[in-house]
Design a protein around this ligand. Structure first.
Ligand SMILES: CC(C)(COP(=O)(O)OP(=O)(O)OC[C@H]1O[C@@H](n2cnc3c(N)ncnc32)[C@H](O)[C@@H]1OP(=O)(O)O)[C@@H](O)C(=O)NCCC(=O)NCCS
Length: 173
């Protein structure tokens, strides 16, 4: 029988029910797409998710509980900067640290390639996501007017500086 551990006020969680983060696979696409449709006004079409996963210089992760995908992050490196392209967590798992844990994994894996930092766009009305990013060290970096095509909403551009070791990783050899 699995050992159980306390998880604060939210009941008891067996180890196999703890979220873990792993690289996204092609077979995750239908689940990622379903989450994106549930949380985004402009979800990515499946073919875009497939295309993104097939590219080099991308860092795409999912959070899984057992075999169930409960969150995802898609990111891509252009011109020495990691762009966080899409983030989503299944609404029934919000505020349990899923997004924070996935972002920590992305920051960790990003070390593998030299880079200057991370950037992203977020709707100016998206208080939850802005709070998450600020908590993770992102700062406001300007506004792109009318960035979102569904309602012409402005995007807040955010930036998180890379660490010195991100810019010049030690020679592994
Ligand atoms: C934004 C989103 C990804 C956050 O996912 P999450 O797994 O619930 O976030 P976490 O539990 O890891 O939250 C980490 C921290 O972010 C902040 N945060 C997250 N959601 C918040 C909310 N609704 N209100 C205020 N702060 C919030 C808090 O500081 C939180 O820490 P705390 O719970 O200890 O206070 C999720 O709400 C979501 O999928 N939203 C819809 C899609 C979206 O907006 N994507 C981002 C597009 S740029």
């Amino acid at each position: 029988m699995a050992r159980t551990t306390s998880s604060g006020g939210r009941g008891r969680v067996t180890p196999e029910h703890r979220p873990r983060v792993r690289p996204m696979r092609m077979t995750d696409v239908p689940h990622v797409h379903a989450i994106d449709c549930a949380v985004s006004a402009i979800p990515w079409p499946r073919h875009m998710l497939h295309a993104e996963l097939g590219k080099s210089g991308t860092l795409d992760v999912v959070s899984v509980i057992g075999n169930e995908v409960v969150g995802f992050i898609l990111s891509s490196r252009y011109a020495d900067v990691w762009h966080i392209l899409n983030v989503g967590v299944r609404p029934d798992h919000w505020r349990r640290g899923i997004a924070r844990t996935m972002m920590a994994e992305v920051f960790d894996r990003a070390h593998e390639l030299p880079h200057l930092g991370f950037t992203l766009e977020v709707r100016v009305s998206n208080a939850a996501a802005i709070a998450l990013y600020r908590r993770l060290g992102f700062v406001d970096h300007g506004v792109r007017p009318g960035y979102y095509s569904d309602n012409n909403e402005d995007a807040l551009v955010m930036w998180r500086e890379g660490l010195p070791e991100d810019v010049s990783p030690e020679d592994p050899g």
